[in-house]
Write a protein that binds this ligand. Structure first.
Ligand code: HEM
Length: 124
């Protein structure tokens, strides 16, 4: 990999991350475990997830301009996240990655990142 190529670029830039987040939340919308944890309007949640991932992967830092430091674990403390919630989250995200991210390196990088980070988000 060219060291100057970011996962943001490899994955297909901002539109790819917005599609990924949209697709992920379509799964959440149908999930009996996860859906009740989220607000009525999932559009804002999808938008924030896309902005966060764009920033994390080396794209524009719009997320932090709007929300400050991510502090993801702290932001998840109000929600009760155990193994079941973690596995459901990862499963919808893997489906979304399969559908929306074509580049194998970007997909693998993101897949491993989501596995680790979702485990880190568990708080019970
Ligand atoms: C482990 C299972 C997870 C559950 C059950 C979960 C659940 C939630 C819920 C209920 C919200 C609030 C909805 C909202 O603010 O719109 C949220 C927000 C968010 N989650 Fe998760 N989440 C999980 C893992 C993750 C992971 C692994 C990431 C990123 C890699 C992530 C990124 C975000 C972001 C960026 C927000 C918006 C935070 C903000 O700026 O307010 N979540 N999550």
């Amino acid at each position: 990999m060219n060291p100057q190529t970011t996962v943001f670029e490899l994955a297909g830039g901002a539109p790819a991350f917005h599609r990924l987040a949209q697709r992920f939340y379509e799964g959440v919308a149908r999930d009996a475990v996860l859906r009740p944890m989220y607000p009525a309007d999932l559009g804002e949640s999808a938008h924030l997830l896309a902005l966060f991932l764009i920033q994390f992967c080396g794209g524009p830092a719009t997320y932090s301009q709007q929300k400050g430091h991510p502090r993801l674990r702290m932001r998840h403390l109000p929600f009760s996240i155990g193994q079941k919630e973690r596995d459901a989250w990862v499963s919808h995200m893997k489906d979304a990655l399969e559908s929306e991210i074509e580049n194998p390196q970007a997909r693998e990088f993101l897949s491993q990142y989501f596995e680790r980070t979702a485990t880190f988000m568990m708080n019970r």
